[in-house]
Design a protein around this ligand. Structure first.
Ligand code: PEP
Ligand code: MN
Length: 282
């Protein structure tokens, strides 16, 4: 199937999320930060906000290393109900304090339509997680949100399903949608998921929406985060989402895939030549 054929087959179900001409591209603004423009946007921070010191220390460190947006979960979608579920609104308050101090805009997840209002109040971008990519009430509410949306790919979702979910948001009037590839389920057990980098150039061919890559959840292993970040940028990603923790071995969630602050500084330093080769700044 050629790219033209793919576009034609998608166009019976998807309208706003499809590109109308090859030059069309959407630039999403999160406060002062552009996603989908000339520069690679890097979102970094802890998987979960665990407390004030942990979040502020991480925010300062990632800012100094050159991150442009702070990430951190306050409402956590955990597989086990016995795992740490996040600090809730208290976590949002801590994120807002970190933004105040560092100037970094904040992206954080809402799990249900009811939580969107809180996220709008405290944060600058709303994250919809992989497990909620097809939560239609949440997508519709996100489409009415006053802030941009980061839509992560469901780990068993096709390109068509993913863009259809973006369409739900766009259709409600929120045109500020960024897609994020975060790994899909395959037969391979040595990585947590399989990072599908081929989806980047494919999406670039059919949608004007910016595309980020999350190599942390995508691999589940911190030693793979740097090489996959480089590969993502080389393949044309507009940005990265990376989990960073001051002491990953003590993290309450996703420690094995989190970089420490030094690891993140090294990642940022090593990324520049790849960004340059892809025709982007950082
Ligand atoms: C996250 O980014 O915090 C997260 C839970 O990721 P995902 O939804 O991709 O699993
Ligand atoms: Mn995580």
């Amino acid at each position: 199937m050629t790219l033209e054929d793919l576009l034609t087959s998608l166009s019976s179900k998807i309208r706003l999320a499809l590109r109308r001409d090859p030059e069309e591209k959407t630039i999403v603004r999160v406060e002062e930060v552009e996603i989908g423009g000339d520069r690679i946007a890097v979102m970094a921070g802890p998987c979960s906000v665990e407390g004030r010191d942990q979040a502020l220390q991480t925010a300062r460190g990632v800012k100094e290393a050159g991150a442009s947006i702070l990430r951190g979960g306050a409402f956590k979608p955990r597989t086990s109900p016995y795992s740490f579920q996040g600090l809730g609104e208290e976590g949002l308050r801590i994120l807002a304090e970190a933004r105040e101090e560092t100037g970094l805009p904040v992206v954080t997840e809402a799990l249900s339509p009811m939580e969107v209002e809180l996220v709008e109040r405290y944060a600058d971008m709303l994250q919809i997680g992989a497990r909620n990519m097809q939560n239609y009430p949440l997508l519709k509410r996100a489409g009415k949100a006053k802030i941009p949306v980061l839509l992560k790919r469901g780990f068993s979702s096709t390109l068509e399903e993913w863009l259809s979910s973006a369409e739900y948001i766009l259709r409600e009037g929120n045109g500020e949608v960024v897609l994020c590839e975060r790994g899909i389920r395959t037969f391979e057990p040595s990585t947590r998921f399989t990072l599908d980098l081929s989806i980047i150039p494919l999406l670039k061919g059919v949608t004007p929406l910016p595309i980020m890559v999350d190599p942390s959840h995508g691999t589940g292993r911190r030693e793979l985060v740097e090489p996959m970040s480089r590969a993502a940028v080389a393949a044309g990603a507009d940005g990265l989402m990376v989990e960073v923790h001051p002491s990953p071995d003590r993290a309450l969630s996703d420690g094995p895939q989190s970089l420490d602050l030094e690891g993140f500084r090294n990642l940022m330093r090593g990324l520049r030549p790849f960004a340059r080769a892809a025709g982007r700044g950082m």
